[in-house]
Design a protein around this ligand. Structure first.
Ligand code: HEM
Length: 182
């Protein structure tokens, strides 16, 4: 038996070996990808009602908390800053009453003036309600968007929280064990 024929090296063998060695070298020297850093959670705000003027401060620029109003309730949407942060797709909603924008699916439909939501069709109001159904399970409820300081409720020392199916009225009027701190 002619063993020398076993070790004959053709051009194709050389290319194949080079590719295998290349991959092996790459595998040995590859750098581990850094893990993405989890979003920084900001401490929940104290529950409070706000006027539009107060809400405007929470636009993600003047304050690290991003808030918006929806159907009269203020949500802390800071954890969604990829959506609502400065320059992001829905950043116009930050610090505003987002009801009309979300109801009409037009992120420019926000106003610096008080919006009593008149002119929204039943379908648009329903769309706004559907957003709210999601948000009350996703974002912290801070309080209510009120027109005057005198309309504000007292939440004691309660922190904003994921309200889920709980109604804000039941918290304000204290008919549940909802007054306790979170
Ligand atoms: C071409 C049109 C649009 C496309 C393709 C689109 C697509 C998306 C996608 C992929 C998400 C992320 C969903 C997720 O990760 O949970 C999103 C989120 C969102 N979209 Fe749109 N969108 C569009 C238009 C609009 C308009 C006009 C509005 C009205 C303001 C809107 C409001 C929102 C809001 C508020 C969120 C964030 C929801 C949250 O905070 O969880 N979108 N959109």
């Amino acid at each position: 038996m002619d063993l020398s024929s076993w070790f004959e090296f053709t051009m194709y063998d050389a290319v194949f070996l080079a590719v295998v060695l290349g991959f092996f070298f790459y595998w040995l020297t590859r750098k581990e990808q850094p893990l993405p850093t989890p979003p920084k959670e900001v401490a929940p705000l104290q529950m409070t009602d706000m006027t539009l003027e107060e809400l405007r401060k929470y636009d993600g620029v003047k304050n690290e908390h991003i808030l918006f109003g929806l159907n009269g309730t203020i949500y802390d949407v800071t954890r969604g800053k990829g959506f609502y942060g400065p320059g992001k797709a829905y950043g116009t909603l930050a610090g505003h009453d987002a009801t009309r924008a979300l109801g009409t699916m037009d992120q420019t439909a926000v106003s610096d003036q008080w919006d009593d939501h008149t002119g929204l069709s039943a379908e648009e109001q329903e769309t706004a309600n559907e957003w709210e159904t999601q948000f009350k399970f996703k974002y912290l409820t801070v309080g209510r968007l009120v027109q005057n300081d005198s309309d504000k409720a007292d939440y004691g020392s309660r922190k904003s929280f994921i309200r889920g199916a709980e109604s804000l009225d039941s918290i304000i009027h204290g008919d549940s064990e909802s007054k306790k701190d979170n």
